[in-house]
Design a protein around this ligand. Structure first.
Ligand code: NDP
Length: 246
């Protein structure tokens, strides 16, 4: 596979770590953002110990100016961004009748506005160079909805609407745009759910287990090779069979 410059948002998290590692193992030059430098440097040295080199750049993806600055820093250090994985995300769960405006806004801003903030500074370069790969990490809960997650499900479903529109606009420019919708993965986000609730979730998964970050990384890198150039505007569900709709 040709070596490309890949930018993964939220790369220091559970799923992001596996995506960064897999992209690097495939020979790509990988960068990610951080907000807490100390935490990020510790993560970087752990990655280096396992032979994975990832460039760290500061920036909050929910802030358009910071997002643009982080893209420019990556470009200055590694070259034009050819692969963008919009993975950074948060939850602020509560039922809608109790939801405060800030819980709604924080989730929409971090999970959905960030996709605009990050994609806008890379898209023109990709169009000029006639090659690009953009992948959104959405969620099974953006497909089927989830009690207590009206904010998160709205943001995650919005990502897919974005994907299918951007895919149409950029197909002639060698750019593919796709979504990966993970089911429940054994990361901190899910392990923070009370054990009895987690057991009920696992009982609904036909494979009988949570997914692994590596399984999501595999789904993401499926879209990278030139041979995947005809696959655009799709949503790839990676959820152990829990939801088999779109
Ligand atoms: P983690 O909480 O482990 O990682 C999230 C990452 O996003 C962290 O690196 C975090 O950085 C970063 N991040 C959050 N907010 C911002 C921000 N405003 N600016 C920059 N970076 C930010 O989550 P997961 O790895 O579990 O999830 C990754 C993605 O996968 C998310 O989009 C999530 O919604 C989605 N997903 C996860 C599932 C799961 O089961 N885990 C299931 C379905 C989808 P920091 O350390 O600074 O907070």
């Amino acid at each position: 596979m040709t070596s490309r410059v890949a930018l993964v948002t939220g790369g220091t998290g559970g799923i992001g770590t596996a995506i960064c590692a897999r992209l690097a193992q495939l020979g790509h030059r990988v960068a990610t953002n951080y907000r807490n430098e100390e935490k990020a440097r510790a993560w970087q040295s752990q990655m280096q110990q396992s032979g994975v080199d990832v460039l760290l750049v500061p920036g909050d993806v929910g802030d358009a100016a910071q997002a643009e600055a982080l893209v420019r820093e990556v470009e200055g250090k590694l070259g034009p961004v050819e692969i963008l994985v919009n993975n950074a995300g948060i939850t602020r769960d509560t039922t809608f009748h109790r939801m405060r405006a800030e819980q709604w806004n924080e989730v929409i801003n971090t999970n959905l506005n960030s996709v605009f903030n990050m994609t806008r500074p890379v898209i023109e370069g990709m169009r000029e160079r006639k090659w690009g790969r953009i992948v959104q990490i959405s969620s099974i809960n953006g497909q089927k909805g989830q009690y207590g997650q009206a904010n998160y499900a709205a943001a995650k479903a919005g990502m897919h609407g974005f994907t299918i529109s951007l895919a149409q606009e950029n197909a002639k420019f060698g750019i593919t745009v796709n979504t990966v919708s993970p089911g429940y993965i054994g990361t901190e986000m899910v392990m923070a759910v009370p054990e009895d609730v987690r057991n009920k979730i696992v009982a609904q998964i036909p494979t009988g287990r949570l997914g692994t970050p590596e399984e999501i990384a595999y789904a993401v890198t499926f879209f990278m090779p030139d041979e995947a150039g005809w696959i655009t505007g799709t949503n790839l569900s990676a959820n152990g069979g829990q939801y088999m709709g779109w």
